[in-house]
Design a protein. Sequence first.
Lengths: 274, 332
Amino acid sequence: MRKRVLPGFGISLGYALAYLGLIVLLPLAALAWKASGIGLHGLFRLLESPRTLAALKLSFGGALLAALLNVFIGLLVAWALVRYRFPGRRLLDALIDLPFALPTAVAGIALTALYAPNGWLGRWVVPMGIQVAYAPLGVLLAMVFVGFPFVVRTLQPVLQSLERDVEEAAESLGATRRQTFLRVILPLLVPTLLTGFALALARAVGEYGSVIFIAGNIPMRSEIAPLLIVQKLEEFNYAGAAALGVVMLAFSFILLLLIAVLQRWSRRWAERAA
Amino acid sequence: MKIRSTLFAITGTLLAASAMARDVTLLNASYDPTRELYRAVNTAFAAQWKAQHGDTVTIQMSHGGSGKQARAVVDGLPADVITLALAYDIDAVADHGLLDKSWQQRLPDNSSPYTSTIVFLVRKGNPKGIHDWNDLIKPGVQVITPNPKTSGGARWNFLAAWGYALKQPGGNDAKAKAFVKTLFQHVPVLDTGARGATNTFAQRGIGDVLLAWENEALLARHEPDGDKFEIVVPSISILAEPPVAVVDKNVDARGTRQIAEAYLKFLYTPQAQEIEARNFYRPRSPTVAAEYAAQFPKVNTFTLAELFGTWRQTQAKFFADGGVFDQVGPGN
């Protein structure tokens, strides 16, 4: 092995593995063990139920859409915060983290109060036929809210380290503004955008507190998968609840794995472009 | 230095004081709407116990959805007593060996010191003209109830509606099922708990009728903006019996059996029955009930045992996975 400047490979790896095992793997193993109680047949029955499928579709579909929206809005916000100097910039920057700090139930109640038919915004949009609170749109809104900081916060340092000379060089070599953005800047940002996307997605899939208040929770329409888990617990059906948890975990894992593959691929693409 | 010596003095005094009189703490795991009730009961019980035994009792409360509380106790919450929304949740704790399965026979009146029923809360002036259960399924009426899967109170709502349909002339299970199915088509939001549903109805302005515990409805009427609502008593409703029990395993481990049992027996005394009535629970004691008769409208009620049998049977038939509620609830 090559000699390193700082020693401690063995001990740091040891700690890393022990910690990961204790904090992440042990609870997940317990979950899988509980879930094994319903057996393969039970698992298929669970996945056949139209209600489970509708809830999974809403949870994952909503989370994917919310993460996508956050990538676009987040890129815009991060760009504005990093590239421009304007009064109130620091305040705006501090506001970004609020969805992290706010208890999610508070966020859910606030959004519901705002968009309910008698709320400040609801009283205008509901007569126009746009129902946000107690509808799938509300689920999406809550998911966008909780996932928003991830994209901005992952992008900011990368944008900061992106030298302006790169754009100037592109311009002096005759690239149009559009070409500069699409072919020079964007490729450098894609790996980070994907990280932000993955974080926002993961957060939205597991979100319970804020969504539950705004969703309306009508089966087949606005019922998220984590609520089905809570309902199974209410029936003291621990195995069923754990099984649905494992299904969600498996889906999330596949999605995150796909994103990681995309990221590797885009990084190589960015390096080749540079 | 001065601060440190003062601290020593305070610590010393506290230690000496605790050595003389025994300090006992009890944990009561209860469901959501009982906050105000048990705050008042606990103060009264602590005063009485202090006067009779000299010990200082502190009763800590844990509130949450009834089923969630039962699960917490099963998972190790060291509650000395559980005071929940329905007997099935205590049965579930008993199934895990934490208390005797015959717990419901240990105290009078099915171990329910107070009762309640299910009534309608409507908006001021009753604009939709809601007077009975069949008015809830009129076109354009929206009904707010929590989800029976996650809320004990909502299970009483469901059974009250079912019982109404069953008791109509020519009523049978099929007709009751059809009635409840139509009723749930009028439900636009399913909150997970009773307080959430009350908020949706009262604060968010959703729906025309809230199906509610009578104690919650009376409490809402006595809030500052309570005159925005009216209570409508249907022709018939269910007698909801929220039960209480000592958790054998926990009190034996903590040595608190004597005081925990005294605490639950206290709930049946005239003093506690008064407190319960003042907090809008119907007292079992006929004398206290007569005293507060003006507060509680006359309701024609049926019990769970009369129409449905035990809570175990009811849960299995109606609310278990794939049960009646899964067949008739919203989304079907």
